[in-house]
Design a protein around this ligand. Sequence first.
Ligand SMILES: [Zn+2]
Length: 99
Amino acid sequence: MPIDRMIEKAYELVQKKRIERVGDGVYNVVGEHGTYLVAQRTDGTFSCTCPGFLKRGGCSHLLAVLLLHNPALLRSVKRYVSGAWNRKSKRKKPIELNV
Ligand SMILES: [Zn+2]
């Protein structure tokens, strides 16, 4: 998944309140393809149980938990995401063919 798409998805998870704190540094994140457990390790880093994290070491669930922890980061992401949305809506419509 491209990083900007991952950021958008993470922001969406926060906005839709898909993150539930289940314990100390442990969160249930309801993603599109299932519910995953994001947990903070003793060294402060986070891990996730989804296949994407296992493969790449990063995912939107983990990012969403980080955003939840960091309101300043969430604000910058909000600006970034709304900018991306604006760019999309300004995009020209595909040319219609009159056949
Ligand atoms: Zn994940």
